[in-house]
Design a protein around this ligand. Sequence first.
Ligand code: GLC
Length: 712
Amino acid sequence: MNGETEKKIDELLALMTLKEKIGQLNQIIFDIHDIDGIKEKVRNGEVGSLIFAVSAFAGHDEYQMPELSVLNEIQRIAVEESPSGIPLINGRDVIHGYKTGFPIPLAMASSFNMELVEKSYRAAAEEAASEGIHWSFAPMIDVSNDPRWGRIIESAGEDPYLSGQYAVAAVKGFQGEQLSAPGSIAACAKHYIGYGASEGGRDYHRTEISDYTLRNKYLPPFREAVKAGAATVMTSFNDVSGQPVASSRYMLTDLLRSELGFRGFTISDWEAVKQLMRQGVAEDRKDCACLAINAGLDMDMVDLCYSDFLEELVNDGKVDMAAVDEAVKRVLRIKFAVGLFEHPYTKKLDVDYDKHMRIAYEIAAESIVLLKNNGVLPLCKNSNICLAGCMSDEQKALMGSWSSPEYENTVTIKNAIEKICNTGSFGCCLSSVPYELQQTLRNADIVILAIGESEKVTGEARSLCYIELPEDQIKLAKTAKRFGKKVVGVICSGRPMALESAEPYFDALLYAWHGGNMAGEAIADILFGRVCPSGKTAVTFPRRTGQVPIYYNVSSSGRPVNGYYGEEEINNYEDCLGSPMYPFGYGLSYTTFKYSDIKCNIAEMSLEELRGGKCFEVSIDVTNTGKYDGKETAQCYIRDTVSDMMRPIRELKGFKKVMIKCGETKKIIFRLGFDELGYYDRYGAFAVERGLFEIFIGPNCLTGTKITICVD
Ligand code: GLC
């Protein structure tokens, strides 16, 4: 922020009454049925921001945006009729698309293509900005390794590094080169912090996170988002080890501001200030307001605790005017940065929706993960095919939760396959009844089962304690198998489902997630080989629900029980293998890739050299040894073999997705320096400890291709 703007902010602040200052810290619901009431509050200077959602479950609400003229009129009242003339900032959950529906974030992260992620968020920003939205409550960057948690769909999965890269791509996509430019909107890194650790995958539940784990697992994506310039941060509903984040000065001021250097403003999650009462740390709403503002929580989302009590709290001396002034200055800084003072009114932008649909197709195709293929894929378009299953003709479910876009124009999997297949050889049974399926599959050679889960059991307040594929879906596969057919499963889901009991009945498994408007085309093009699958899962697939939590960046226990990296002499469980169904970073292709000749430019380096910025350069050759040109994501993991604190058996520190043609070899290089080899130690300091590091490079986290380097 430049000096000129700071001067304007100080001048504005000097003219504002306490009431007007508090108004800036108050976000209210834009209720389309009470526009006059909203205008009155804005005119009185009681409102700093509008949220376009009607409930705490915006991901499950059908919400109709008002006309732009209505929003501009309300903004005019704020600018011309309210006491301080400060424009409103309009916020909405633009989670994975606005009008164009992109795949759910967990799917987009599984593309490992951050360029495409950035383009997707840019497209969403242009569409939202054109409708009067200045600010999105996204990206959600809660590291999560519990697929029972419905909100895992909104995350970038279980890895801190991938989540951090995703955060950067999303912030850059939303905020563009210049936040005040047309088509840019403010990002909101959420939910700060530890929400993904909700006990048992139960939404809103308590968490138990040591500072050591907080700094090395949950904080890294927020560090990256702040470095990328995220304009705002949203506090999470949860506590961290008994202290609600919304009332934690340590989290909101000491860590987020003093340590991470965050200069934007924080907003609570929906009624998260008021809920401090339910969490038992506040007696009443006044107490809630006092705790939150003194912790450093700037804006209050919809529960009016600030609006109703901050004036009294300041007058009672329980809250310093300086705390209110600081919060207001942070809000004004972002309003200036968004350009609201220069151009408070929205003009429709010339949005290229066709281009956005193409981006949605590309990232849908690159997000799809081929989990199994007994050689049945890709299909020949003359094959005798029978399509069945609940997702065959679905439109809305493919959009996933937290989806605002229209879905009526979504091409279904059935339509997309029909476009490719010779109609004579294609039968479709939209029933999920095995008997009815039998009638259709008689003359088919191959049965495609488009199955999975409804978007209604994913997202906020939608956790599951049983994440296996439903029995009736497995029955379809068994029926098809009984008739001697090849069975291809296309699973459309918001989370990694537990597939051990289903997997034997499928010859191929294509994991298409909830892939957005273009999911149908992307799935069909992969099934028939027009696109070579390249997705790699951003989250571990458990064999069964009972294995959860199971994740790749686990530290080694003292006894040989860690089944993730191979079965050991002692099982994690007597009734289940210890290894995952599919590991983090896993995904097959129609071609094959050979990793060879791993090298490092130097075998060892001093800690001082490392600290001085020198890096190890580890390279590997990747050869396409198959019959299809294809994209491969080479992943680089480290293992700190001996350290003061226990470290994960593998930690992702880099990935590169490259197109490699048949027979071609590409050399891929990863630079590993102080930042990559260090971790936050027991004292909270970032450090690299001397000793050996194993460096693994391969197609997923289980790769054994490694080289050892030494920091001495
Ligand atoms: C919800 C969600 C949050 C969302 C907010 C506004 O409860 O937790 O992610 O941004 O409320 O809809």
